[in-house]
Each structure stands twice: as structure tokens, then as C-alpha cells.
Design a protein around this ligand. Sequence first.
Ligand code: GDP
Ligand code: ZN
Length: 425
Amino acid sequence: MNKHQRAKLEGILESLPKDEKDRLYEDARRARSEAQKRRRSKSRETIDGERVGRGKRRPDPLIDWVLRLVDKEYAHKRTSDEHAEEQELAQGLVVGLTRRRATVLLDGEDEPILCRLSAEMAGRQQSAIAVGDRVSVVPLDLPGEEEQTEVVNVLPRTTKLARPDAHDPRQERVVAANVDVVVIVVSVASPPLHPRLIDRYLVAVEWGECDAIIAVNKADLVDTDELTETLKKLDPYRDAGIPIAVCAAAPGDDSSSRVDELRRLLAGKTCAFVGHSGVGKSSLANALDPRLGIETGTVRNVDQRGRHTTTASEMHFIDNPEEFGGGEIRVIDTPGVRFFGLADVSPDELRWLFPEFEQYVHSCKFTDCSHEHEPGCAVKDAVERGEISAVRYDTYVRLLEELRTGGKPKDVSERIRPKFDDLES
Ligand code: GDP
Ligand code: ZN
């Protein structure tokens, strides 16, 4: 939340009676402790089957949780009576989204239904609701209308994948909600691998509290030596506990496709594929399940006049064979996930988004050390000793600079415009 929103919510909180404030604090304390438990129980599994703990702690003040509750319960002038009513409403999962409508799979149903969004929600659509959200719905009685149900409330998210608005980088756009694993796709060749590009995605993944996997695709295009050489470049990420899956989506020939490692890592999870254009995100999803038939290739999404068009946001369900861990793999496929920026992250918060700094920060001479120019910095010492990757540290310093100068990425070509506007037009 930005400063302005925060001030507004603090105002609302102040105006509440004491017992209501106490209740909010109590609920917030419970929600935070559940989230912490969830985080602790989440551990990462490497391809060798080893489990690696997250070992990460970031400041998580209770007041933030209280303000989030205030936002949810009061900011849109919902009375507590209405709120109690909502608790009774049918709930479901958003599996598709366009500008004014959501496709919702209600709990216990097999077929999703088309719902309209409440006016308030439609107005804030790109942050208020995303594919993967759990929502409450109410029936409508509108003869002749296609939608007979309205989404009235979005339940709290466990994780999110977000990027800044192209017009206002301080504004956050939520691209996908409740994502367990973000698959950062890179290719060994065509385009060649630039490890630095991974960092930007990782920061966003940490910010949204998702887990990450790096999928190294197009392994079929290089020989074993070249593959080994390329994988070495990813050692800093492997050391940080991020699983790395070597893949070949091998278009048009699933007999030679190589996605088993990835399948195992995604068993029973909700995931989203991110990465630069042409690395094979769509091909990988198709290789997991050829029935998805997601369009691939660089001409996709460009109409005859060369304009970019949009595909809708969707969640795909893939049955996963027992031999690969069973369960269902849910893939969130959305337009506009290519660039994730640092919306809402302050320079102070950035250091908490580099998990490998964690074990050193408490030894810095200054408690508010930015690990940049201060003397007695344990993080810089660890970089000197080669215990923290110099490449990752360098990325940290560059991102820090970027945030201080207004959150705008220097390379404008990396940014994409929100495309929701073209939907339903
Ligand atoms: P996206 O933009 O990341 O979704 O990439 P696509 O899935 O559209 O793939 C881009 C191009 O790379 C297409 O021409 C694919 O056929 C090709 N491709 C994808 N994965 C592989 C792979 O594992 N091996 C090879 N040789 N080509 C691939
Ligand atoms: Zn330091």
C-alpha cells in the first residue's frame, strides 16, 4: 500500500470504537501467525530431492496486518453487517478474467460460471482481483443477462505476482494471485542465457512471497559440454536454494520432450511461467499437457497490422501422473507477465528480498545498514570472501539505485503496457 492509502486506513482505524480495534488486532495477530507458520512449513526441494529451508525472515509489523484488515472490511464502506453476510456467501476460485467479468469455479462444482464484477471492483480491477483469487459471489436476478452472479469480495491472498503500472510505477498491478511457484524460464540458446535477467524476476517473486524454480529450456539445442558450462552460471541461484530444472519443450514432438523434472517440482501446485519472449514459456506449458494448445512462436499476439493483441487471463488444469508426484498442476497464463518491477518496494525493504543476505545482516555495524557504502558491513565482507555472489550483490546495488530514483527501470524497452484495455473491445 502507498503512503496515501496508508494514511486513509490509519484514519479509519482511529475512528473505530475500542472493542472493534481490539478485535482487528486480535484477527491480525492470528492471520500473521498463520502466515508465518505457512512460510515456515514451506521448504524448497532441489532436483536431487534434498530439502532446503527458506531461512528467511523479514520485518512484518502487526500494524500492516491490521491496516490490511481495515482495508478489507471498512475502506469500501462495507458495514460489519454486510461483512457478516458475506461470510455466508458461496465461494470459489477465479479461473478466468477479462475487464468486467470473472470466470469462477465455485467450490464443489465442476463447471465454471461467468460472473460480473461489482462496480467498485471493476474500477480497481487490475489490483482488486486476479486469476487465482478466492472470491465470494452473490446471485443476481437479471432476466436476459448472461451473468447471473456477481463477485462481491476477494478473500485475503497468500501470495501474489505483481508488477508496476506502466503509467504510474508506484501503483501495483496484480497479475496472478495465490501462486505457489513462479517458474522463471530461461533458454540455453536462442536467446542465450543472461543470468542477470533472472534477478529482477526473483525480487518480484520474493516480494509476492511465492517460491521460485528456474527452468532452463531448449536443452536440445546445445551439446552436453555447453549445457554444463551454462548451468555453471546458475550456481549462485542453486546455492540460494532455488531448484533448477533442465527442460526441452521440443515443439511438435512430445516423445523427445524433456519436462519430467519440472513436472515433479510442480506436482499439486499452482504456478505461473515468466521469462522473456521466445524462451519457451508457452511451449513448456503445452509440453506438460498438449491439450492446452497455447499458441507459440513470436508472431503470436500480433495481428496483421503488427499490433499487439491480447489473450485473456486463464488458469489451466493439468492432471499429473502418479509417477511424477500426482495431483493437479494449475498453470496461470496471463498477458503482461514479462516484466515485473518493484512497485511498492521501498529501498529499505529491498535488502529483505535478497534471502542470501539474511544470515549476515545482523553482523553489520549499523542496524539500518544499506550494505552499500557503510563501514563494517558484513554483507559486503561476505561478497569479498565469495560467500555471496558478486553478480547478485551488484544487482542489489543497481536495483537500490533504481528505487531511489523513482522506481523506474532504466531500460524502457523492458516495460510493457497493461493490455487489459484491449480485452472485450
Ligand atoms: P514464449 O514466448 O516464451 O512463450 O516462447 P514460445 O513457447 O512461443 O517459444 C518460442 C520459440 O521457441 C518457438 O518457435 C518454439 O517452437 C521454440 N521452442 C520452445 N521451446 C523449445 C525447446 O525446448 N527447444 C527448441 N529447439 N525450441 C523451442
Ligand atoms: Zn551491511
